[in-house]
Design a protein. Sequence first.
Length: 183
Amino acid sequence: MANKKTPRAKPAKNDKPGTQKESKVVQLEQSPIHLLHRAGQCAGDVFQSEMRTEDLTPRQYAVLVAVSEKEGLSQTDLVEMTGIDRSTLADIIRRMLKKGLVQRRRTKEDARAYAVKLTEEGRRILQTAEPMARKVDARILEALPAPERERFLSDLNMIVEALGRLESAVEPVKAKVSGRRKA
């Protein structure tokens, strides 16, 4: 399901960044949240195009990779490893169960928690998808000059880590204010 490409608006020749005449679209082109979202959409389109034969989403692939690295992870562990929020992950796991890619069982340590494992079909799909995912990564990075690719990945990791720390610091405060406890 590819998104239609929308043409980029160009500023008028007399528009300068930060001036009143600067268009809102140009302002979006300087917005990290907008640019990261658009880059994610474009990367998702490339992934979906490559994986169409396997009917696999980027998040399902991330779950397959995480579970393959450590069988029997709880869904809470998967949330931490993949960065996928709890409710979205639960939905992804349900879909993957229906596809026969994973199985889950209650853990011995906590009867409320599920341990997730790959099925044989999940292993087969992952084995087929891994070279495709590497090809997708290469296609995405080809948008940058070769000398800038490593730095780009480093910068993305730095953003994820910094915002993850910020989110971790804010979560207990949000829980306290809303009267809920962090699970």
